[in-house]
Design a protein around this ligand. Structure first.
Ligand code: DX5
Ligand code: ZN
Length: 221
């Protein structure tokens, strides 16, 4: 199972996004949190900012849409060239149709679950998506504590992926750090968002490698 580190630029220095992205050239993807002040009580950026950073990012963009009505808004991110677009199960009216549309546009399609959303109702539609994002904090803000209560959900998702023999990434987002990444990896996550852990570190690039090493070590055991 491969490991992917996908740092979130949410709490980077947004006055210098180009420079902040350059720091994570050794990561696999850059995770971009789009919030609409409706689905979550916070507002960040949208399509114009994603369009602006796509050509200057050293790594592909992993867009995490924390927005209402993704059926209407998500396809434009794929059309703009974002390599992965994740929408929330709680917000989508027709998740299968939307996932198919994102794939048709050439993006990887991701489905995100809030902490209180169970994975069971979505097990049948896993073949329709490329990544399942299990939130390990309530979405909306960086810097919150990892919810250990999500570990059983990660395990259940991993079991389903193994049973169905799918090529599906399991991403965790929220409170991922040197203290928590091994637990998430042992439970079956393979794709790790880390916001404050990476951007509050003295050396962001070294932090990415440290997280990668811990996750790989946890998978080996
Ligand atoms: C929170 C966002 C996360 C956030 C994670 O709703 O989805 O991607 O940036 O930040 P940390 O790693 O600080 O918890
Ligand atoms: Zn996120």
């Amino acid at each position: 199972m491969g490991i992917r580190i996908t740092p979130s630029i949410l709490n980077s220095d947004v006055s210098d996004l180009r420079g902040e992205l350059a720091k994570i050239a050794g990561a696999d993807w850059a995770h971009v949190d789009v919030m609409d002040n409706h689905f979550v009580p916070n507002l960040t950026w949208g399509l114009p900012v994603v369009e602006a950073i796509l050509p200057v990012s050293p790594v592909p963009l992993d867009i995490h849409l924390m927005i209402a009505d993704p059926d209407r808004w998500a396809p434009a991110y794929a059309e703009a060239g974002a390599q992965s677009v994740t929408f929330h199960a709680e917000a989508a009216a027709a998740p299968i149709r939307l996932a198919r549309e994102l794939r048709r546009q050439g993006a990887r399609a991701g489905l995100a679950l809030r902490p209180t959303t169970g994975v069971d109702p979505f097990l049948e539609l896993l073949p329709e998506i490329d990544m399942l994002l299990i939130m390990t904090v309530e979405p909306g803000f960086g810097g919150q504590s990892f919810l250990d209560s999500m570990l059983p959900k990660i395990r259940a998702a991993r079991r389903a992926v193994t049973e169905q023999d799918l090529d599906l990434w399991i991403q965790v987002d929220g409170g991922v750090s040197r203290e928590t990444i091994e637990r998430a990896a042992e439970a079956g996550a393979d794709t790790f968002v880390a916001g404050s852990a990476v951007y509050k570190a003295e050396d962001a690039a070294a932090e990415v490698e440290a997280l990668r090493g811990l996750a790989e070590g946890a998978h080996r055991h």
